[in-house]
Design a protein around this ligand. Structure first.
Ligand SMILES: [Zn+2]
Length: 395
């Protein structure tokens, strides 16, 4: 079993602005921590240098007019008048935007390709997971939707492929859902903080896909504060049964680190050990269902100097099947200190979210309600059990 790490230091060109929360150091320092633990090594994570996605590949998920606009932005960012979602807010213009975004799309495309052609069983594209980008619009820090491009390229080459996309980022995976909403070959399942509270304001249980894809978009909106226990429940009752019923050839997992309770942009309640447990469950599902084939990406995560780096290192460890010692490498801690941050006390050190018993119970009850709606097939007026592929036992 071989695992690829599709990453190059050149990916730090995806820098939206100097003070932007999606700092490229989130990825570079995560890879440094993986290296510090000895994970980037032949037989463990084998590094592959990514290539830039071609225009033809990007065109599978984006309009020609939008790609042309992104190219134009990157050539003269200071003259950009705004438009296509590229403005002075979440997703600002920057020099070289097209090349930087197409490199992320190329990396995730290569990650899928190297697993599907059999050279690797698992692959990790840590700079990927830009799940908000739409066909003709940059949204929420995302320019090109690397996952949508990668999966569409894979489907083009292998029309009978079945892909299960699991998104545990704190935000709804709206761009990926949109790209495959009418396609029953791709099941998308997003676990996220409810759109009642968080950007992008979508991802409710009644968003279930359309046409032939009806029933193949699944959403579990979670209440603020959703704990490790809530996530374990959602995995038991939704993630595992839907993956088993769908029987994918490959799992693509967007592993945004912003569902952590200390993330400054969101309000969910996962802990570092909670993330570790989800990663081992996702890898085990790939073993059970598709001969281990899995592509993991990064995603959001804004407590970047501490939690994000540890969470993605634990993901890498799960992918290569290694337990890591809790003591953080001294050289890496020195790097974090040099950037003005205090390194955490250990790889899994985390006091967890602090909720009083009443709130904890109500958050769990709200999670149970969301799960029940998903399993009932929450179309207005739908009969319970109308879901096209959920097994009877899961309804
Ligand atoms: Zn996010």
């Amino acid at each position: 079993m071989r695992t690829a790490l599709v990453y190059s230091p050149h990916m730090d060109a995806y820098r939206l602005s100097e003070r932007h929360p999606l700092r490229p150091e989130r990825v570079t320092l995560a890879v440094e921590l993986m290296s510090g633990y000895g994970l980037v090594h032949p037989g463990l994570l084998e590094q592959i240098m990514p290539r830039i996605a071609t225009r033809d590949e990007l065109l599978l998920a984006h309009s020609a007019e939008y790609i042309d606009a992104v190219v134009q932005v990157g050539l003269a960012p200071d003259e950009w008048p705004g438009g296509w979602g590229i403005d002075w807010g979440d997703t600002p213009a920057f020099a070289g935007m097209h090349e930087a975004a197409a490199l992320v799309a190329g990396a995730t495309t290569q990650a899928l390709e190297c697993v599907l052609d059999g050279s690797y069983t698992r692959a990790f594209s840590p700079a990927g997971g830009l799940h908000h980008a739409h066909a003709s619009r940059a949204v929420g820090f995302c320019v090109y939707n690397d996952v949508a491009v990668a999966v569409k390229v894979a489907l083009n080459r292998r029309p009978s492929l079945r892909v299960f996309y699991l998104d545990i980022d704190a935000h709804h995976g709206d761009g990926v859902q949109e790209a495959f909403s009418a396609d029953p070959a791709v099941c998308t399942l997003s676990l996220h903080e409810s759109g009642h509270y968080l950007f992008p304001g979508t991802g409710f249980t009644d968003e279930r896909g359309e046409g032939d894809g009806l029933g193949y978009s699944l959403n579990v909106p979670l209440p603020p504060g959703a704990t490790d226990e809530c996530y374990a429940l959602v995995f038991d009752d939704v993630v595992e049964p839907t993956m088993h019923a769908f029987a994918p050839d490959i799992i693509v997992a967007q592993c945004g680190a912003d569902a952590h309770h200390a993330d400054p942009l969101t309000s969910l309640g996962l802990s570092i050990p909670g993330y570790r447990s989800l990663f081992s469950r996702i890898v085990a599902l790939a073993e059970d269902l598709c001969e281990g084939r899995i592509v993991a990406t990064g995603g959001g995560g804004y407590a970047w100097a501490t939690n994000v780096l540890r969470i993605w290192t634990l993901l890498a460890a799960a992918l290569v099947g290694r337990d890591l010692p809790d003591g953080l490498p001294a050289a890496w801690c020195a790097r974090v200190r040099a950037l003005g941050f205090t390194p955490p006390g250990g790889l899994t050190e985390d006091r967890g979210i602090d909720l009083d018993p009443e709130t904890r119970a109500s958050v769990l009850a709200e999670t149970r309600r969301a799960v029940a709606e998903v399993l009932a097939g929450a179309l207005p007026g739908a009969e319970p059990g109308a879901h096209p592929f959920l097994p009877t036992a899961a309804r």
